[in-house]
Ligand binder design. Structure first.
Ligand code: NAI
Ligand SMILES: C[C@H](CCC(=O)O)[C@H]1CC[C@H]2[C@@H]3[C@H](O)C[C@@H]4CC(=O)CC[C@]4(C)[C@H]3C[C@H](O)[C@]12C
Length: 257
């Protein structure tokens, strides 16, 4: 409890999945949370459900297309206007192309790169001056084991794989460049995260369940969003004060095979 007391955090892609789990955990730990998304109503609905259960949490939703620089400027200005400062940025939002290597076209490939890499770059570039003024800050980028290994790990998606590889290098670059300003940049690398669709396919198809067990040897074989959120919390908090460019893999053993 209170591991983020007094901190203000921005979490992108907060309307569902991991972004929502991170926002909820951060609020539980005492942070004021700005959750952003390109469909702001989705974030508002998700946050309203959490706030109904926990009216003491401080969580607000903001409209945000991460691939547009001016939207980053607005979100950060509005966060500072609302809460007085920003201490933490979680770059969580990302997309996939759903296309295979020999089928993908330039537009689909570039769309994934624009959101997953350029969106993250804009976030880092826009927040760094605020963090510097504030005496430091923590950026946590959500990567994927898809940048380390392929196949099921990157969903057989070359654009997703390449974008997460680029984001991995960008994170290390930014970690080094910003370290002198007291700004920490680190990443989590989740393996498969339990979603209703994945859970359903595991229940309905024993062959897929066997494949998941073999690919991810440590039970329960698939992490929940809450498991991954714990890694994000650690990197966001002062508990990881001397970590810089770290790559925290949370994958039930997928990449050690
Ligand atoms: N689901 C999984 O098994 C894994 C997910 N990850 C990573 O975890 C992170 C979260 O994943 P999930 O929760 O599964 O994703 P999700 O697809 O459930 O949620 C992503 C959110 O980001 C938002 N978003 C997408 N593009 C946006 C844009 N241009 N501007 C603003 N918001 C945008 C979406 O609207 C959505 O709410 C991603 O970075 C993903 O690559 C990594 C490994 C495994
Ligand atoms: C696309 C997911 C990972 C990419 C990421 O978001 O970083 C994949 C992670 C787990 C995969 C599923 C899992 O391996 C079980 C099935 C195996 C198959 O036979 C293909 C379908 C799966 C449901 C598979 C689908 C995706 O590759 C993942 C969700």
């Amino acid at each position: 409890m209170n591991r983020l007391e007094g901190k203000v955090a921005i979490v992108t892609g907060a309307g569902q999945g991991l972004g929502l789990a991170v926002s909820r955990l951060f609020a539980e730990e005492g942070a004021k949370v700005v959750g952003t998304g390109r469909h702001v109503e989705k974030v508002e609905r998700a946050f309203a459900a959490v706030l109904e259960e926990h009216p003491e949490f401080e969580m607000v939703a903001m409209q945000h297309e991460i691939s547009k620089r001016d939207e980053w400027e607005r979100v950060i200005e509005d966060t500072v206007a609302r809460f007085g400062k920003v201490d933490i940025l979680v770059n969580n939002a990302s997309v996939t192309s759903g296309k295979y290597l020999m089928d993908i076209d330039e537009d689909s490939f570039m769309n994934v790169m624009k959101i997953n890499v350029v969106g993250e770059l804009f976030g880092i570039q826009t927040i760094a001056p605020y963090f510097e003024k504030n005496g430091g800050g923590s950026i946590v980028n959500v990567n994927s084991i898809g940048s380390m290994v392929s196949g099921d790990a990157d969903g057989w998606d070359p654009a997703y794989s390449a974008s997460k590889g680029a984001a991995r290098s960008l994170t290390r670059h930014a970690a080094f460049q910003l370290s002198g300003k007291g700004i920490r940049v680190n990443s989590v690398f989740p393996g498969p995260i339990e979603t209703p669709m994945l859970r359903e396919s595991l229940q309905n198809d024993p062959a897929i369940a066997a494949r998941v067990e073999a690919n991810n040897p440590l039970p329960p074989h698939i992490s929940t969003a809450e498991h991954i959120a714990q890694g994000v919390l650690f990197l966001a908090s002062d508990e990881s004060a001397t970590m810089c460019g770290a790559e925290v893999v949370i994958d039930c053993g997928h990449v050690v095979i």
